[in-house]
Design a protein. Structure first.
Length: 179
């Protein structure tokens, strides 16, 4: 029990450094990662780093309130967001309605390890390093060569990014499948 508490405490401290305005992470039982929104300036940086173009499909694994998918749709892309939390998905759909992009986005209640990612031109992530590592073999197997993957704050272990940069004090990473 002591070890689990220590792991949890370290995780909270690690995430606190990556959170906007030092907001508290919303831990939810049964989920692989807590809900921590990506600041809008970082969303813009991620989509720019991925070089998202109109007509492409952006898939956000663990989409939360849908801000990445909605922003991509406002740029002319199509977007699909996967999340397990119905409350977050309601927020995502409302955000899409307010932004007038409901015809370009879809939010699906599904585990990110079971999400259909084959249609993606770009996959966005704000997951923990352990989750990125667990997801990496699937990304490499199912995504087409040339698909861009962008992660906020966390790398993918020994898979070196093609590019990384800092946006508003936060690190973002880009990988391209097949490179």
């Amino acid at each position: 029990m002591k070890g689990a508490y220590l792991k949890f405490s370290v995780l909270v401290l690690l995430l606190a450094g990556a959170m906007p305005f030092r907001a508290a992470a919303q831990f939810e039982e049964g989920l692989d990662v807590p809900y921590v929104p990506t600041p809008d300036v970082v969303v813009q940086g991620m989509l720019k780093l991925a070089d998202v173009k109109a007509g492409e499909t952006v898939i956000d694994l663990g989409c939360g309130d849908g801000r990445i998918v909605v922003t991509a749709a406002k740029m002319g892309a199509k977007g699909i967001g996967y999340d397990l939390n119905p409350e977050r998905l309601r927020e995502a759909n409302e955000n899409a309605r307010v932004a007038k992009v409901t015809d370009k986005v879809q939010f699906i209640e599904k585990n990110l390890f079971e999400a259909d990612i084959k249609s993606a031109n770009v996959v966005t992530l704000y997951l923990l390093p352990s989750v990125n590592e667990k997801l990496k073999p699937r990304l490499l197997k199912e995504l087409k060569p040339g698909t861009r993957i962008v992660s906020h704050s966390f790398s993918m272990g020994d898979w070196k990014p093609v590019k990384e940069q800092e946006v508003d004090g936060r690190r973002i990473y880009l990988w391209i499948v097949g490179k």
